[in-house]
Write a protein that binds this ligand. Structure first.
Ligand SMILES: [Mg+2]
Length: 244
């Protein structure tokens, strides 16, 4: 049983930096991504005349009609993981590899994103962390271009000190996603707390030796504390400021 953050506030109060996952942590995973993955698959398969394998491709990606399968490729994988699963499924159905690669690449770049919907009030949380002298990082499996667009959409541009993305040379769950930020900020990685909703995030924290705060119920994931939204981090900082 993972304790609520309100019951173990030192995890945040002892931290000198907080690194957040993006999708499912700062923004609603399903409203943002179900439309994108469905549009991506439909466009690629339509180009190839392969709509008969639509259900198989969506299942392999972990894309439902209204939500993504927790910890599936679509929910937790990088863009490269996603493209490779679609192409593998198409090849299994007898489609030409090079035509499949071209169709998937074109569809990936043009599929429309769904609505950007914040979980809680990340901008307020980030300002509270910054005002308390803590560093803020974002570590995401998403591509850098879209990550920067999303951070802007959430009002977080200028509040984030470092960003690690799925198209960087190292990425989650490699420990360097966190240890590189610790080196940049000249702090111990153990004084960073990682906040995320997936097993990938937990694995990253464990690999680096950093404490982990789980967002949501996590479906069997672990961690040192649990929150419903990042707003609870601001609450911990506010109650500490009141006490002083
Ligand atoms: Mg996530």
């Amino acid at each position: 049983m993972i304790p609520r953050l309100a019951d173990v506030p030192q995890i945040v109060l002892d931290a000198r930096a907080v690194v957040f996952d993006k999708d499912g942590t700062l923004l609603d995973l399903d409203t943002r991504w179900v439309a994108f993955f469905t549009g991506l698959v439909d466009a690629a398969l339509d180009t190839l005349g392969a709509l008969s394998v639509r259900g198989e491709v969506l299942a392999a990606l972990g894309v439902g009609s209204r939500s993504l399968v927790p910890h599936g490729i679509a929910a937790a994988g990088t863009g490269s993981d996603v493209r490779s699963v679609i192409i593998t499924t198409l090849r299994g159905a007898g489609h030409d590899r090079y035509r499949a690669e071209a169709a998937v690449a074109a569809a990936y770049d043009s599929a429309p994103m769904g609505r950007l919907s914040a979980l809680g009030d990340p901008a307020r949380v980030f300002r509270a962390l910054r005002d308390s002298g803590r560093r803020i990082g974002v570590a995401t499996a998403d591509d850098r271009a879209r990550t920067l667009t999303d951070l802007e959409g959430l009002g977080l541009t200028g509040l984030v000190d470092a960003v690690n993305c799925g198209d960087d040379p190292v990425m989650k769950p490699d420990a360097r996603a966190l240890t590189d930020m610790a080196a940049l900020w000249e702090i111990e990685v153990t004084s960073i707390v990682m906040v995320g909703d997936s097993r990938h995030d937990l694995a990253t924290a464990r690999a680096a030796g950093a404490p982990f705060i789980l967002v949501g119920d996590g479906g069997g994931s672990g961690g040192e504390a649990r929150i419903d939204t990042v707003d609870e981090i601001a609450s911990v900082l506010a109650s500490d400021a009141t006490r002083e």
